[in-house]
Write a protein that binds this ligand. Structure first.
Ligand code: AMP
Length: 280
């Protein structure tokens, strides 16, 4: 497994593989790898011969009061894990190489950016779109794999790929959870022992709403109320949103006639957690 840090070297490497007709897959991550990330590597291997995993904590997608400075960094174990899972190249650029002084260009994906998480994180998705566009340019993948855990991000990237004509297939991976239902996340390490016992109630609420939907409930408001009732049992949870939106466009829906995503964001203590379930 090779580790590349320079953007120019990454582009040269990718171009060489393109010339040799190798099929390249990119799995973008911010590191602190867990089973969720590894599942995306497995998907990447099903669709390509050469797997590039990027490890980069992207300052552009963090707000002023967010956790950029404290985001978990576990490079040694990340590198070992990537190797075990058959990654061919780790791309670990430096911030100043990707965002040199006087960097001006950003990518915005209107509408999708401003709903759900975009309301409390105003520049987050523009930061995501910008870094992913850069990674696409530098790694030249045929396929890129993203997790449904960040559902809004997945919809945004698919839109950007269409709008900017990136010749890249976007694949998605299901949410990998702990045994108690909590979605795996690098940020779960912020939770105290007590908070960690409370956090699975997010998935319990989502599952209850899914069950209700399977029993025939199609009113988004009533389904969201079910989730809220589960979360309201815990006073330490501050609900940011519980919403049902069209699974493809993230537009609001008044009745469930098409696949929709039931998405939740909460703050538990100091930790912001997101989760979702697709209602089909
Ligand atoms: P991150 O390192 O948090 O930016 O995540 C990198 C990629 O892993 C994104 O596409 C995420 O959606 C995906 N991911 C994160 N957590 C999970 C999970 N529990 N299951 C599946 N994919 C995940």
């Amino acid at each position: 497994m090779e580790i590349i840090t320079s953007p120019q070297a990454m582009l040269r490497h990718a171009s060489q593989h393109r010339e040799n007709k190798t099929r390249i897959a990119l799995v973008p991550t911010m590191g602190a790898l867990h089973e969720g990330h590894c599942s995306l590597i497995t998907i990447a291997k099903e669709h390509a011969d050469h797997i590039i995993l990027s490890l980069f904590v992207n300052p552009l997608q963090f707000g002023a009061n967010e956790d950029f400075e404290t985001y978990p960094q576990t490079h040694t174990t990340d590198i070992a894990q990537a190797k075990t899972h058959g990654v061919d190249v780790i791309f670990m650029p430096n911030t100043h190489d990707l965002y040199p002084e006087n960097h001006q260009t950003t990518v915005t994906v209107n509408t999708i950016e401003n709903v759900l998480c975009g309301k409390s994180r105003p520049n987050h998705f523009s930061g995501v779109a910008t870094i992913v566009a850069k990674l696409f340019q530098l790694t030249r993948p045929h396929v890129a794999v993203f997790g449904e855990k960040d559902y809004q991000q997945l919809v945004l990237i698919k839109r950007m790929v269409l709008d900017l004509h990136f010749p890249i297939e976007i694949k998605s991976g299901a949410i990998i959870r702990h045994d108690d239902g909590l979605a795996q996340s690098s940020r779960n390490t912020y939770l105290s022992t007590q908070e960690r016992t409370i956090a699975p109630c997010i998935y319990q609420g989502l599952s209850a709403a899914q069950h209700q939907h399977q029993q025939g409930e199609t009113d988004p408001h009533r389904l969201c109320t079910t989730v809220q009732q589960h979360l309201d049992k815990h006073p330490s949870i501050a609900i940011e949103y519980i919403e049902i939106r069209d699974a493809e466009t993230l537009e609001t829906v008044t009745a469930l006639t098409k696949p929709a995503v039931l998405a939740v964001a909460i703050v538990l203590g100091k930790t912001r957690l997101i989760d979702n379930i697709v209602l089909k």
